[in-house]
Design a protein around this ligand. Sequence first.
Ligand code: 5CA
Length: 446
Amino acid sequence: MRLSRYFLPVLKEDPKEAQIVSHRYMLRAGMIKQQAAGIYSWLPLGYRVLKRIEQIVHEEQIRAGHIPLLMPTLQPADLWRESGRYDDYGQEMLRIKDRHERDMLYGPTNEEMITDIFRSHVSSYKDLPLTLYHIQWKFRDEMRPRFGVMRGREFFMKDGYNFDIDRDSALHAYNRHMVSYLRTYERMGLTAIPMRAASGPIGGDNTHEFLVLANTGESEVFYDDRVTALKLGDRAVDYDNRAEVAGVCDEFTTLYARTDETHDAALFDQIPAEHQKVGRGIEVGQIFYFGTKYSEAMGATVVTPDGSKVPVEMGSHGIGVSRLLGAIIEASHDEKGIIWPEGVTPFPVGIVNLKQGDAAADEACAALEKALLAKGLEPLYDDRDERAGAKFATMDLIGLPWRITVGPRGLQKGVVELTSRRSGESEELSPEAAVERIVEIYAAHR
Ligand code: 5CA
């Protein structure tokens, strides 16, 4: 993509309405535009990151054996009357009437609808276990939408639902989700700590939230700081192996880590003093096991091997896909702008032409662009007729992790400059070697 042809409406001034850094940088980098309180348009750069995040979520869900589908944003109220949540949900639910005066709502989550799909098509244990998920827009009429995409009213969420024959199998599904989430967040360059949580309007007693530590987070968190060093890495987990999956969950949930909702001061005090930490965190996901809460209310039953009929065991598991953009920026930025982790960056590399119009520089940039595209790595080439300083400022603001700088002086020596956005370090190398390096770097993130 050439910047002269792109749509990247960067702002020079800090927007006054933004209280936290991620919101400020998303507005300044031309990623989003607010259309109403808590409702945003996703401009091209923001949309690219949103799609990257969505893609990683899909890949890790599919790896865990979960099956994607797509349910609508609008739902009939009658489904929610069956579960009893139509009245319980309160003012957060956006209620709508269609032209026939039928009660509809913009879905805040999909437990009822997925249970309806299940009961229409599944009736035997032979079709279990089953986990279905989708990534779809949700609406919650939040009292205080704020911090940009962090607490929106319309937001993009992955929600998955497991259907199992018994409690043990449902707990395995719960554990599978925990491990797949750990891998998902790590691929985005995040450390998200599973913390015992409270279940709220979803129901159930077994639930964990995943928190990214950040001073601007909305939740107060209490934890043993050794938990932040745990990494899943690239170990191959067999998602069908119950003991192995449970083992990983134990590894990540044994050290104390809780939100203020479930904090237990006596337990916290047992942590060695030098490891006790109190901080703040951003909730980027939550998993729930709630058993038969919805299946019983809505008549979703299955026939067991011995011929009896039982309500199916369920859980639901969410990831805040749009919120993740904010969380990643909170965790990865400096005073010049965003620093995207390679896994989610909108473009893998930027090309800065120091002297637009210089035949050698123009030609070298075009050749770099072509070579990168041939490797499936689309660069953002700043081909505008701008000062070098302005080009660097834009690149730093939008946060591409790597930049190749091309100028007539370097080209005389046969070199370009490759710069890491994170460390600020540069090295001079031939254009071919620069392409090789970028290819190597991204091979590790595919
Ligand atoms: N049905 C369950 C699991 S699928 C559920 O709705 N869980 S939730 O309420 O915890 O939402 C899942 C995730 O969506 C949260 O962890 C959070 O990351 C994200 N989320 C929730 N509300 C908002 C909001 N107003 N704006 C942005 N993201 C949100």
